[in-house]
Ligand binder design. Structure first.
Ligand SMILES: [Zn+2]
Length: 279
């Protein structure tokens, strides 16, 4: 069984034109992608063709930078109803764009959302901003912890217009893991390409902190994380498809599987760990 724990199936029609341009630049599969964003049948066909059994569909609101609103939660929950055993709906709450972050988390969960994504470079706050006055972020973490919703936090850089990559530094997730010890956290992209050592530290330090290796070119992965096999219990395979630079889920998967890693470690990263995080 193969789980891709990080793909983006999103309501593209809400994107700002300049963002859509970055998203689609140089791709020859834009027509298919447009269909996939509207119809799970098209995605399931693509997953079958690419050898993926289960996928986590990552969404988050970012009205000012990207164009997405809190409507993403209903969108992704409804979309995944087409195949609940294969599609995991990940939504999000933007602490600066809701008067009631805890209530928004509850509404998302009631709609069927199974996990939340925070994107600090696109949301313009740091993961520990609740220590400096962003109370809505504390409410979000508390409610996610109470409802047992895992929270994925983007770490690393971003090339979209307006993104503040500085906010992608993983070490600030250290505060979140300390203050919300029962919250399951996933550090997306392992801090690539600037902060891999911080990500490696955090997944070793905290039992509830995982990372995904999406958007890291598999061929570069062991150069970035020479000791990846040591944390095989804490790593989730993901592609970040169809983000800029990620052409194909299948090609990404093939390159990942051909890495010089023990078979047992690959099996954990490709499926077993994801079943624990996204139960
Ligand atoms: Zn992503």
């Amino acid at each position: 069984m193969i789980t891709d724990a990080h793909i983006h199936v999103q309501p593209w029609w809400e994107l700002k034109p300049a963002v859509l341009e970055v998203m689609t630049r140089g791709r020859d599969d834009v027509d298919e992608l447009q269909k996939i964003m509207k119809s799970p049948e098209h995605l399931l066909r693509r997953l079958d063709a690419d050898g993926i059994d289960r996928a986590v569909l990552v969404n988050y609101p970012s009205p000012d930078l990207m164009g997405f609103t809190h409507r993403v939660n209903e969108y992704v929950a409804q979309y995944c109803q087409a195949a609940p055993d294969r599609l995991v709906p990940m939504g999000g709450v933007h602490p600066r764009f809701t008067p009631d972050a805890a209530g928004e988390v509850r509404r998302a969960a009631e709609a069927g959302v199974k996990a939340l994504k925070l994107h600090p470079p696109h949301m313009q706050f740091e993961p520990n901003a609740y220590l400096h006055g962003l109370d809505a972020l504390r409410a979000l973490y508390e409610e996610a912890q109470r409802l047992k919703l895992p929270v994925m936090i983007h770490t690393g850089t971003s090339i979209f217009p307006g993104a503040r990559s500085r906010m992608g530094e993983p070490i600030r997730v250290d505060d979140v893991a300390v203050d919300f010890p029962d919250l399951t956290l996933v550090i997306a992209h392992g801090g690539r390409p600037l902060w891999m050592e911080q990500a490696f530290f955090l997944v070793r330090r905290f039992p509830n902190v995982y990372m995904d290796v999406s958007s890291i070119p598999p061929k570069a992965l062991l150069r970035y994380f020479p000791r990846l096999a040591e944390v095989a219990d804490k790593v989730l395979y993901g592609s970040d498809w169809p983000a800029p630079g990620v052409r194909s889920m299948r090609k990404n998967l093939e390159e990942f599987r051909s890495l010089d890693l023990p078979a047992a470690a690959l099996e954990k990263m490709l499926h077993a760990n994801a079943t624990r995080v996204f139960a």
